[in-house]
Design a protein around this ligand. Structure first.
Ligand SMILES: [Zn+2]
Ligand SMILES: [Zn+2]
Length: 133
């Protein structure tokens, strides 16, 4: 096997002898690789929108000031009903948020969860005095 380079397929990790500049051993693996790359690009696209939203709404939790973007969430002020109106496509959702920034706020995962629980309690008990202002 002198002179013949072997490579490791980036998908199935099998050794193979590439013709040209292949990163994968087979058609099947190359298809898989394309799918993965597409997903990565998609993620970047999402991140771009998220960053734009953070720029517009602020990049920290409105309640506690937490600023690690990995745990920041975009919260609709009146609950999640808007999603039913505009559909499930995340890009449409992002665009909607950018067009209606006043309907949203940034919360960290903790504060968002607390808000959700409080809202649920609010719905369960007919009236909570301290939430009536
Ligand atoms: Zn392979
Ligand atoms: Zn918070």
């Amino acid at each position: 096997m002198a002179g013949k380079k072997t490579k490791i397929c980036v998908i199935c990790k099998e050794k193979f002898s590439p013709e040209k500049d292949w990163k994968t051993c087979s058609f099947k693996c190359s298809k898989e690789l394309r799918k993965l790359t597409h997903r990565k690009k998609n993620r970047r696209y999402h991140l771009k929108f998220r960053n734009e939203i953070f720029k517009l709404l602020g990049d920290r939790c409105l309640k506690c000031g937490f600023s690690d973007k990995r745990a920041l969430q975009i919260d609709h002020l009146n609950g999640g009903g808007y999603r039913q109106r505009i559909g499930k496509n995340p890009i449409t959702v992002y665009k909607y948020i950018l067009q209606h920034p006043k309907e949203f706020q940034i919360l960290c995962a903790n504060c968002n969860q607390i808000k959700r629980v409080e809202n649920l309690e609010f719905a369960n008990k007919y009236k909570i005095p301290w939430q009536e202002q």
